[in-house]
Design a protein around this ligand. Structure first.
Ligand SMILES: *[C@@H]1O[C@H](CO)[C@@H](O)[C@H](O)[C@H]1NC(C)=O
Ligand SMILES: *[C@@H]1O[C@H](CO)[C@@H](O)[C@H](O)[C@H]1NC(C)=O
Ligand SMILES: *[C@@H]1O[C@H](CO)[C@@H](O)[C@H](O)[C@H]1NC(C)=O
Ligand SMILES: *[C@@H]1O[C@H](CO)[C@@H](O)[C@H](O)[C@H]1NC(C)=O
Length: 530
């Protein structure tokens, strides 16, 4: 069945494209740092009501979470009635919300919270309630009238299921929201519906337009909901969304955030795993939205969720998303810069036992021989370190250090294919792709001119000459050494006008977000929109 209304929709876009500049990366002031708050979905699903939200608000106001920055209370699916009112408006379920959503919003606001809500871009929500298709303008006005300033727009029940159709519907919503005097913060779920397949082209195609159309994008499946899964499945769900997040770091910039979904703070999994999720999400400057039974959170849970130093990393003004320095079977190491010049160092032990890593600071982008102060953000202990840091971690635990006294950072880390996860590896006069194993031939430094050289041999640069990829002595002025990283994920060479590819000769004609040509690079490399 088709639900498109081609003529009116097309006219609408042409007219609105000229006037929209209010939201998303076009106006960073709407959401300069990622949102923090609470959402009922992962913990309670459709069992939401006034009492849950009132008790959650009261608890957050008294247990320190509001003071720590968690100031958004977001309703998810199932808040409404199964029918719209005669005038087309959505209606709250009066049994779940006896005093109504306007009252609830005022209750939130009086205590210092923002009020967020959920709808769906299709003809029905995932839970089977009325969708917004054809009612977009009415619904946007209703939400504004109710005192709501944040919309999570889901993407169930959209037919036809094509990237083009999803893009069209989300652009339409953006145009409506940004033409209002008080645009709602727009959380876009569209990409989640195209994630985790063996062909990422459609996923990237939709992600491409998310930064200019909203403030955050749900890029992956929901975090596994409470009580239905095993502990191992919960950890794998966290890891899946974590991996998806680092595959698409290139999209994030102030005003737009990749959203790997909720913090599952009181799930039946080890505290180390929950703390890892928090530390990794903060390293990404990802949204920190808790889904938990907040009034019953333990002291330990509240303590980690309100860690000021880690929240400061999440809310840092640069909003950089940490990227991978190196990976092997046990450890992932990530880094990014912070607005005061400090450098972040985050280390995850993926292994199933306690492991120790000794890490050269050069890998985090610092000059060789650097002496810095490393503050462990879990313990608040600082130590002076030169050249190397040694870290021992429990299984599935994450260390997070803030390095200060840092000078002359160079973007440094893995260059990996975002589908195969294989790493670009220097080897003599060639460069090929192989399993990531934290080798110095797989950790690359990228200069401001786009020269790319491995730590194993800093005098050799990735080179595109005569249609061949090679490693050759660096000569900064040669375009055969100059690479441009594009928002599409392509690594483009200015001499050959070709793109890096995993396979064949390593170079080929640039295609549109073909999996063999989409790469993750270290944060700090300029990302070019083409
Ligand atoms: C940017 O957004 C802020 C907050 O919504 C608004 O006050 C301001 O007018 C917007 N600026 C532009 C140029 O759209
Ligand atoms: C939405 O569309 C489907 C078919 O794609 C239909 O079965 C369903 O009844 C529709 N739901 C609503 C609420 O209109
Ligand atoms: C991947 O998907 C895109 C878009 O749907 C398509 O054009 C392309 O042919 C697919 N690639 C492969 C290898 O199937
Ligand atoms: C909190 O814990 C108490 C005691 O175990 C329980 O009765 C109550 O239902 C819990 N709260 C929620 C919202 O589940």
């Amino acid at each position: 069945m088709l639900f498109s209304r081609p003529s009116s929709t097309t006219v609408f876009f042409l007219a609105s494209a000229i006037t929209t500049a209010l939201a998303s990366i076009e106006n960073v002031s709407l959401l300069p740092t990622p949102p923090m708050g609470f959402n009922n979905w992962a913990r309670f699903q459709c069992n939401l009501n006034e009492q849950l939200f009132v008790e959650t608000a009261d608890a957050m106001a008294s247990n320190g979470l509001l003071a720590a920055g968690y100031d958004r209370l977001n309703l998810d699916d199932c808040w409404m009635t199964h029918q719209r009112a005669a005038d087309g408006q959505l209606q709250w379920d009066p049994e779940k919300f006896p005093r109504g959503l306007i009252w609830l919003g005022q209750y939130f606001k009086a205590r210092g919270f923002h009020f967020g809500i959920y709808e769906d871009a299709g003809n029905a929500t995932c839970g089977g309630y009325p969708g917004s298709l054809g009612y977009e303008a009415i619904d946007a006005k209703t939400f504004g009238d109710w005192g709501i300033d944040y919309l999570k727009l889901d993407a169930c029940n959209i037919d036809p299921f094509t990237a083009g159709h999803y893009k069209q519907l989300y652009r339409k919503w953006h145009a409506i929201l940004s033409s209002s005097d008080k645009p709602l913060i727009f959380s876009e779920s569209a990409p989640a519906y195209f994630s985790d397949t063996n062909n990422n082209t459609d996923w990237y195609d939709i992600l491409d337009i998310m930064p200019e159309n909203g403030e955050l994008a749900r890029h992956s499946d929901d975090i596994d909901i409470y009580d239905y899964y095993t502990a191992a499945e919960y950890w794998e769900s966290i890891m899946t969304n974590y991996r998806n997040n680092y595959r698409i770091a290139r999209y994030q910039q102030p005003g737009f955030y990749n959203d790997p979904d909720f913090l599952i703070a009181d799930w039946p999994i080890p505290l180390d795993e929950r703390k890892s999720q928090f530390a990794l999400w903060a390293s990404f400057s990802a949204p920190l939205i808790i889904s938990a039974d907040v009034p019953n959170l333990t002291k330990d849970e509240i303590a980690y969720l309100s860690n000021k130093d880690i929240i400061a990393v999440d809310q840092d003004a640069l909003a950089q998303q940490a990227t991978l320095v190196q990976q092997d079977a046990n450890f992932d190491v990530l880094t990014k810069s912070l607005s005061n010049g400090d450098r972040l160092l985050t280390v995850l032990n993926k292994g199933d036992k306690t492991n120790t890593i000794t890490l050269d600071l050069q890998r985090a982008g610092l000059p060789q021989g650097s002496t810095v102060t490393a503050k462990d953000l879990w313990t608040s202990q600082s130590q002076s370190i030169t050249n190397q840091i040694k870290i021992t971690l429990n299984t599935h635990a994450t260390a997070i250090y803030r390095l200060s006294g840092v000078k002359n950072v160079t973007p440094t880390g893995q260059i990996f294919n975002a589908l195969s996860y294989n790493c670009l590896t220097a080897s003599g006069n060639v460069a090929t792709f192989g399993t990531c194993e934290a080798a110095s031939s797989q950790v690359w430094q990228i200069s401001p001119r786009g020269l790319i050289s491995p730590l194993s041999n800093p005098n050799k640069c990735l080179t595109a000459q005569n249609g061949q990829l090679s490693m050759a002595k660096c000569s900064p002025s040669k375009t055969s050494h100059q690479w441009e990283y594009r928002l599409t994920g392509n690594l483009f060479n200015k001499n050959s006008n070709q793109c890096l590819v995993e396979g064949d000769s390593g170079l080929t004609t640039c295609g549109f977000e073909l999996d063999s040509q989409v790469f993750g690079l270290p944060v700090g490399v300029k990302v070019v929109r083409t």
